[in-house]
Design a protein around this ligand. Structure first.
Ligand code: ADP
Length: 239
């Protein structure tokens, strides 16, 4: 079982790297942020065992940039990792984010006789701020831009349909500050935990290179020959 943890601050590029890794390794991308958003979206339709009040509390936490409770997230991840498609491994993105989550994951992995490999995507703080505050979205077609790395041709308009671009609620400066604060206070200490239990943590500098170059560094660190340099798999079932 390949248990890979992508660790890093909001805006460090975990989601992008996780997608490239899952594509080449053929194991699922498990993003707790995506799963929580999905749960909240579907709560009214499917029930999901979550009351609307609980879903509203989760949504409020996320909108404020604070973390959702360990109990909710641990249970959600445990269920997901037990799905048949995760038998050979998974790439965790956004989990563990607290000490209690790291210990929970370790316990779960211990039961399966395996250990996680942690990839720490380290990105300069000023670059993180530029990335997070630079995000803009088209209100009509949903296309995302980044004023730092993928700017539109005209500062305030969508390239595709000329509609005005907006900053989403969760990318507002106070929420970004709160997300980064939660990272420093609750998530960064998880690295000390991993050091204390001698877990393999590979630090990859993701500050200046384009995503493909960061991905190459991750593949080198994982010593995987499953991946081609552009992030596509070499296996027959690769897309
Ligand atoms: P980012 O890493 O850019 O903050 P995510 O999509 O990973 O974005 O997370 C969005 C929000 O979802 C977080 O701010 C937090 O409220 C919630 N969340 C995601 N993962 C966890 C987790 N492991 N534990 C607690 N809350 C989480």
């Amino acid at each position: 079982m390949k248990a890979i943890v992508l660790f890093g601050s909001p805006g460090s590029g975990k989601g992008t790297q996780a997608k490239m890794l899952t594509q080449c390794l053929g194991i699922p991308h498990v993003s707790t942020g995506d799963m929580l958003r999905e749960r909240i979206r579907h709560v009214a339709e499917r029930g999901n065992g979550i009351t609307p009040e609980k879903a509203a509390r989760m949504a409020a936490k996320m909108h404020s940039g604070a973390l959702v409770s360990d109990q909710v997230v641990n249970q959600m991840v445990e269920e997901r990792l037990s799905d048949p498609d995760a038998t050979d491994g998974f790439v965790l993105d956004g989990y563990p984010r607290t000490l209690a989550q790291a210990e929970h994951l370790d316990h779960w992995l211990d039961g399966r006789g395996t250990r996680e490999v942690v990839i720490h995507l380290a990105v300069d703080y000023n670059i993180i701020i530029a990335r997070l505050t630079g995000r803009r979205q088209c209100t009509r077609c949903g296309t995302l831009y980044n004023m730092a790395s993928q700017p539109p041709r005209e500062d305030t308009l969508c390239d595709k349909d000329g509609t005005a671009l907006v900053i989403r609620d969760d990318d507002s400066e106070p929420v970004i500050r709160q997300r980064l604060e939660a990272y420093e206070r609750q998530t960064r200490p998880v690295l000390e935990y991993y050091a204390s239990v001698n877990r393999r943590v590979v630090m990859v500098d993701g500050s200046n290179d384009p995503p493909e170059a960061v991905f190459r560094k991750i593949c080198q660190a994982l010593e995987t020959d499953d991946c081609q340099e552009d992030g596509r798999g070499t296996g027959e079932d690769a897309p």
